[in-house]
Design a protein. Structure first.
Length: 170
């Protein structure tokens, strides 16, 4: 039985191994150089920007999986161009209190501020505080902030921002 195995199977295995090695060597020797794909226009001007049945600009890229990369990028740019960030138009400084000045208190007060879609300042939560009325001064300065709200597709929306008021004695 062992004699039969050696006479029949071993030559077959050797022939297979040799053919695989020769194929790999020839492919690496004669294969043409593969370079980067040629650059082309990302969007075909003859195609519609997005098929209505496949994608809606507000639905995200997951719904646009049937589109080319360029069409998805254009949709993404349309979505981001429809967003305008909030813009602070006036932000007063926080004033030192006499008690803080007498006690040489210096530092930072960090506040989480809700900027409402209506253009008003909403809830204010201190993240870091300072004693002797400095936190209260920072909160009153934050209440006086004037801003233009963030808009998404032309609709104002509320945002939460973090502002920092620094108190230093010169």
């Amino acid at each position: 039985m062992l004699d039969h195995f050696i006479k029949r199977i071993v030559p077959l295995a050797l022939a297979f191994t040799l053919s695989v090695l020769v194929t790999v060597a020839l492919q690496s020797f004669w294969s043409p150089e593969v370079g980067p794909a040629p650059l082309r226009s990302p969007i075909n001007p003859t195609q519609p920007k997005w098929p209505a049945e496949k994608c809606d600009p507000g639905s995200g890229t997951a719904a646009c999986s049937g589109l080319s990369y360029g069409a998805r990028e254009e949709i993404r740019s349309l979505k981001t161009s429809a967003i305008t960030p909030y813009r602070i138009t006036f932000q007063p400084r926080a004033l030192y209190t006499d008690a803080a000045r007498e006690n040489n208190i210096q530092g930072r007060v960090r506040l989480k501020i809700v900027l409402l879609a209506s253009g008003q300042v909403g809830a204010i939560t201190p993240v870091t505080e300072l004693p002797h009325g400095l936190t209260e001064q920072a909160i009153s300065a934050a209440r006086a902030i004037r801003f233009e709200p963030r808009t998404v597709k032309g609709v104002p929306v509320s945002v939460i921002v973090t502002r920092e008021y620094t108190f230093t004695i010169y």
